[in-house]
Design a binder for this molecule. Structure first.
Ligand SMILES: C[S@@+](CC[C@H](N)C(=O)[O-])C[C@H]1O[C@@H](n2cnc3c(N)ncnc32)[C@H](O)[C@@H]1O
Length: 219
């Protein structure tokens, strides 16, 4: 008989991990506990992220002959979309179950889905990517990891490469009670310090409630 997810058990284990200061291990607890039921994963749409779809409508991409990287790829839809646009795509997530689930959802995709940790990425990836997509991964990590998370991104782009960064936005003086820990424009300046330039920045309310930053950087 197929096991059913037990949300209370998952929540109890995650709470314990947070209490123990384990702010990356809980993602695996959630994805493995979900037993492939996307309703258990709060951020999962099981479709391309609406803020990425919307951006693509305004900024059509042709990935022919280009390489893309998706950070914290979750259930894999955004990576698969980039492959459909012609990119040679690598997508990674720290959760083994999320990666296995992505492969199962897209058995025929050309995406190279890999288990990897943003804080310990292969140096062979440095300077390799024309397009990097970050949606909601950095904000899912506590403020104590913010600088290191942001510093991991610019080295991945090649010269001229583009980063699309989508996150929950906040004023710097506000203290976020995460997860998620909303990101301030001051914090994002780390990306500019590390060699990226802003091409376009949007600051808006999604569904009239949640503040979002959607920023395009170029190296
Ligand atoms: C809030 S979810 C967003 C997932 C996906 N980008 C989306 O928009 O649906 C954050 C994702 O980042 C992954 N993640 C968290 N910390 C990570 C790390 N250190 N390295 C790689 N992936 C990480 C989690 O497993 C999770 O899939």
């Amino acid at each position: 008989m197929t096991q059913q997810p037990d949300p209370q058990k998952i929540r109890a284990k995650i709470n314990q991990q947070w209490q123990d200061g384990d702010f990356t291990g809980w993602f695996e607890t959630l994805y493995s506990g979900a037993q492939q039921n996307p309703d258990i994963v709060p951020w999962a749409h099981a479709s391309v992220h609406p803020l990425f779809t919307d951006w693509l409508e305004q900024n059509p991409l042709d990935g022919t002959g280009k390489r893309a990287l998706v950070l914290g790829s979750g259930l894999g839809d955004d990576a698969n979309k980039l492959a459909d646009l012609g990119f040679d795509v690598t997508a990674f997530d720290i959760s083994e179950s999320a990666i296995a689930w992505s492969k199962q959802r897209f058995p025929d995709t050309s995406v190279n889905y890999q288990v990897a940790d943003l804080f310990n990425l292969p140096t062979a990836w440095h300077g390799q990517f024309d397009f990097v997509l970050e949606i909601f991964t950095v904000q899912s990590l506590p403020l104590s990891l913010r600088d290191d998370a942001l510093k991991a991104i610019p080295p991945l782009l090649n010269t001229g490469g583009q980063l699309l960064f989508i996150c929950l936005g906040r004023e710097h003086e506000d203290t976020p009670q995460g997860p998620p820990w909303a990101i301030s424009r001051e914090e994002l300046k780390q990306l500019e310090t590390d060699g990226l330039h802003i091409q376009n920045a949007e600051d808006f309310l999604q569904n009239n409630t949640s503040r979002r930053f959607r920023i395009v950087y170029r190296k």
